[in-house]
Design a protein around this ligand. Structure first.
Ligand code: SF4
Length: 249
């Protein structure tokens, strides 16, 4: 039986562009990426290390003490899986939680570290984080952790230092933080998983998203090349030339 692997990333891709999702999951053809800054992943690494220290001593990091009530999960699995069969397909949902809080009532709540240029408002939370956290909560639930329909995002952002005299080779920039509690809708996440599998079952490649600049660029390049070729062939009197569907002057 065929297996379909999905993750919060690929499911978010499905909500953004069905064609890219289809090509990525079914044919491993991924959208090209530009240079990526390693700064967010380095900050992420340091923060996770800091949380590991508090996990070992079974305490919540002090900066969260008056904001979140609970403690860090005692053991954080590297990857959580949820395996099930949908129609004739074996589906595997996989996700790597940054962190998990155990509330005082014994419920497990996923937590993710995010870096950003500025402190965000609730409206500025990227929509893809909503589905990411819903999938994490679903993974916890399916791995027998009782859950609550909430998740935490901690945003870390650079702040000005007030004491400029301390501005030496290190310690130039301080980081502020903000905790945002998201309300989750697990049924929505399940619906998206179902639709995404359905999309992969189809033979035809779905339409591309009209909002994405990559395919717009690709189509514009193809059209331009076609116009240039038509013009060349017209000049050699091989065929009548067309530009944008009209006869070329
Ligand atoms: S529009 Fe094209 S490049 Fe953009 S996300 Fe969709 S398939 Fe990928």
């Amino acid at each position: 039986m065929e297996e379909i692997y999905l993750s919060p990333n690929t499911l978010n891709l499905y909500t953004q562009c069905k064609r890219c999702f289809y090509l990525t999951v079914k044919y491993k053809i991924k959208r090209p990426r530009g240079p990526v800054s390693t700064l967010p992943s380095s900050i992420d690494y340091l923060i996770k290390d800091y949380f590991e220290y508090y996990r070992r001593i079974n305490k919540l990091p002090p900066f969260l003490e008056n904001i979140i009530s609970g403690k860090l999960i005692t053991h954080l699995d590297k990857t959580l899986y949820y395996r099930f069969t949908l129609r004739d397909k074996k589906v595997v949902i996989a996700g790597k939680l940054d962190e998990c809080i155990v509330l005082e009532d014994g419920k497990y709540v996923p937590l993710d570290h995010k870096t950003r240029g500025k402190s965000p408002t609730m409206e500025q939370v990227h929509p893809s984080y909503q589905l990411q956290m819903e999938i994490y909560s679903l993974l916890l639930k399916e791995n027998n952790y009782p859950t609550k329909d909430i998740a935490y995002l901690i945003y870390y952002f650079p702040e000005l230092v007030s004491d400029y005299t301390a501005k030496e080779m290190s310690g130039i920039i301080n980081f502020g933080f903000k905790v945002i509690e998201l309300k989750l809708d697990i049924l929505r996440a399940k619906r998206i998983i179902n639709e995404a599998v359905e999309c992969l079952e189809k033979e035809e490649i779905p339409e591309s998203s009209p909002d994405c600049e990559y395919c717009r660029w690709h189509n514009a390049v193809n059209n331009q090349i076609e116009n240039i070729r038509n013009k060349e062939r017209f000049e050699k009197r091989e065929v009548p030339a067309f530009k944008d569907g009209k006869l070329f002057e």
